[in-house]
Design a protein around this ligand. Structure first.
Ligand code: LLP
Length: 461
């Protein structure tokens, strides 16, 4: 029995729906919410990105490779900036950072959120204006804080009483007056379609709202001569589709804002609601547009300010995934195809958990399509796996691929711009893939492929 027949017998195939509804046409289709906007199939059915065929890109740069649609990335930056006009959009560099992307972010008028000395170094090396940088982290070191102060970073989001003391001492020593936000744990945890609004204080980030430490942190910073308290910050989670979590977090954080006003006579001028906006990884996901998000978030903040008789603070948000995630797909070459009789077909590609750990780590769902040709072969249920020595090395758990997929075919996995290259590893000493930006018929490497020499260069024993 072929795997696709087994799938048909089992009926429900995970998030992919029943097999008998799949046609070759479905399997060749490029569902728009999954793909960067310049991606199309050419006359022969091969994918093109930015006007360049993936076969050409594979020949020139090898596989696996992360292919970045630069026009798509720029358009997503612009969509957020214009939807949230009047607010500041900080691109969350942890989702993916390199000098070329930092330059795009700057050219498109966004701000930048970094969360380590390394990310700060990339931003500064790319010439990003330091006053437009926000610096996050629950355990920033003294040397990281010093570098941020010396560079003139616009704001530092403090996360502990130790950090407040450390920052105050450094600012005094360096004669600086840094802008500071307080990261508040609002007791809301949101993941994808649902959120939980109680009892999520049990985590390492931020100052507790319920326990009173957020208020105490505000009081301590207001009493400090060198720290300039600009506002409060909350980030409730990632890959969120439902804005009700933001509603609860905005309400709770604005109650704290009112409490600070009542106790200290100060209305903090800024409010940051963090990032976390979801994207489509499969056809089952239906994310909001930046326009919808902006409308809902502004409405929530305005309503909550009115209830608490507060002036609306200057708003900022920190999207990472929703900006860079959909602009990239990973291109792999198929090496083997194994039909596990009666169960499913395993399609092995030349990368895996070292270039995309999200499936193994978070049980994340992805999609895949044949990238070098169109096929009229019957669809079969496949599992796309990598080349690592671990059975959990899965790239795409369930996908319908043409049943004639064979070694040498190219597969494209969309939605890999965020938290794939940035979380890539050298597991099994597999060098990390390059990032190739494509635009207007031209491709350029923005992060080169790692080599075995790079790996051996670290091995100095
Ligand atoms: N702001 C703060 C304070 C954050 O902690 C994060 C993400 C963001 C903004 C950006 O969130 P985004 O818009 O990209 O969802 N590795 C995980 C995601 C970890 C996110 C950590 N913080 C993943 O692959 O799903």
């Amino acid at each position: 029995m072929r795997a696709h027949e087994a799938g048909a017998l089992h009926g429900d195939l995970g998030s992919r729906g029943p097999a008998w509804l799949r046609t070759p046409e479905d399997v060749n289709a490029l569902v728009p919410q999954l793909w960067p906007r310049t991606v199309t199939r050419d006359a022969a059915g091969a994918l093109e990105i930015g006007g360049v065929s993936v076969a050409e890109l594979a020949a020139d740069y090898g596989t696996p490779a992360y292919l970045l649609d630069e026009d798509d990335l720029r358009a997503r930056c612009r969509d957020f900036a214009s939807a949230f006009s009047g607010a500041d959009v900080y691109y969350a560099g942890k989702s993916f950072i390199c000098k070329a992307v930092v330059r795009v972010v700057e050219e498109e008028g966004l701000f930048l959120d970094v969360c380590s000395g390394g990310e700060l170094a990339v931003a500064l090396a790319a010439g990003f204006p330091p006053e437009r940088i926000g610096f996050h982290g629950n355990n920033k070191s003294e040397s990281e804080l010093r570098r941020a102060l010396e560079a003139g970073v616009g704001r530092i989001v403090v996360d502990s009483f130790y950090e407040i003391a450390r920052l105050s001492a450094l600012a005094t020593e360096l004669g600086k007056r840094p802008g500071v936000l307080i990261r508040v744990t609002v007791g809301v945890e949101a993941h994808t379609h649902e959120f939980i609004a109680t009892a999520h204080e049990d985590q390492k980030f931020g100052f507790s709202l319920a326990g009173g430490s957020a208020f105490a942190a505000a009081a301590q910073i207001l009493d400090d001569d060198v720290l300039d308290l600009r506002g409060l910050h909350s980030h409730i989670g990632s890959q969120i589709f439902d804005t009700s979590g933001f509603e609860v977090s905005a309400r709770r954080i604005l109650e704290l804002q009112a409490q600070i006003r009542d106790a200290r006579g100060v209305e903090l001028p800024e409010l940051d609601l963090g990032g976390g906006f979801g994207i489509a990884y499969t056809t089952q996901d239906d994310p909001s547009t930046p326009g919808d998000l902006a409308k809902r978030i502004n409405k929530i903040v305005e309503a909550e300010c009115e209830m608490a008789s507060l002036r609306k603070p200057h708003l900022s948000i920190e999207p990472g995934r929703a900006i860079v995630g959909p602009s990239v797909f990973t291109l792999y070459e198929v090496g083997t195809v194994k039909d596990r009789e009666g169960i499913r077909t395993y399609v092995s590609v030349d990368g895996g958990m070292s270039d995309n750990i999200r499936t193994a780590l978070y049980d994340a769902s992805y999609s895949a399509t044949m990238a070098n040709r169109r096929s009229d072969a019957e669809p079969m249920l496949a599992r796309v796996v990598g080349k690592h020595c671990e059975s959990g090395d899965i790239v795409v758990k369930d996908e319908f691929l043409p049943s004639d997929v064979q070694p040498g075919d190219l597969l494209a996995v969309p939605g890999t711009g965020a938290y794939c290259r940035s979380m890539a590893s050298n597991y099994n000493h597999v060098p990390r893939p390059p990032v190739v930006a494509v635009r207007d018929g031209a491709a350029r490497v923005i992060v080169r492929r790692e080599t075995e020499d790079d790996l051996l260069a670290l091995d100095v024993g």
